[in-house]
Design a protein around this ligand. Sequence first.
Ligand SMILES: [Ca+2]
Ligand SMILES: [Ca+2]
Ligand SMILES: [Ca+2]
Ligand SMILES: [Ca+2]
Length: 348
Amino acid sequence: MKKFLFFISLFFVTATVTVLSRSVRFNYLTNKLTNFLSLIEHSNLLIVSSLPGHVEAESYDTMQGIQVETTSDIGGGQNISNIDDGDWLDYSVTVPQDGVYTFKFRVANGWGDGAKFELRKADGTALASVDVPRTGGLQSWQTLGATAHLTAGSQTLRLYVVKGNWNLNWFEAAASRSLPGKLEAESFDVASDVRPETTSDEGGGQNLGYIDDGDWMDYNVNVASAGEYVFQFRVANSYGNGVIYIKSEDGTTLGSVNVPRTYGWQNWTTVSTTATLPAGSQVLRIYTNPGTWNFNWFSVSQNGSPLPGHIEAEDFATMQGVQPETTSDAGGDRISVVSTMVIGWIIT
Ligand SMILES: [Ca+2]
Ligand SMILES: [Ca+2]
Ligand SMILES: [Ca+2]
Ligand SMILES: [Ca+2]
């Protein structure tokens, strides 16, 4: 009887080991097959992405040295990993028209100091260079911005890794925003060290803070027609001395305006200047030196302030020989935010 029980036990142990080994082998074969099918898919099926649009990093056409893994980023799916110096990924894209496109790259970087990549044309020309800061982990995701000039048509974009050790989930490209119009300061496409915060200005939303000497914000815009435009900037400045420069992509200063002291980081006023803009898709840089002022929005219009309407006298675009001063007019407290600047107002 003991001998019988021993053989029965031996049978079950053997059967279990056999099933387990088969299942391990089955999983191994399944993985091999999946990888093989994915290889066939990438070698035979050209994935063409339309820009503007969203492109999964793993939807590359060809690549060197990267791997694909399950991502824990919002939306799930996969991300590109094992990104080393000199690795690259090629994407087939179609672009509707020549112009500046705003790119967003979804990255994660645990410890890769100096991490960097370039977006390149098929001939190797760099379209954009992007630094990848530490994000706190290889599955801690952050979105980075960049602008790049693309030409119309079907083409290959290469994402070339200058310094690796980070992950990529997806990227997006968007077309320029239309001017004339009003842009929220915090809707910049790329910027240096500035931070959005809740604003208490009219209309609510957010403003930018931490705008220090030499800081800048880039806006990818499409100007309807060449000409002189009035720029209005909604600003607050606790201390005074700020200067705003409107710059073109090549660094030329197109216009500038002083940011007056408003005696509070949430005491808002509007300052104006003019700048001549060429027509078409372009990047406008709002540069400051000295800085340290808060920024809610700016508007660009060809005809200045809309009439009929209310215009503060001190909201001039240009002037000669006048100075703003504190008003004791009845409206002074109604517009207390700018009362330190009021010299009167016009009604039409
Ligand atoms: Ca690699
Ligand atoms: Ca992905
Ligand atoms: Ca700053
Ligand atoms: Ca705002």
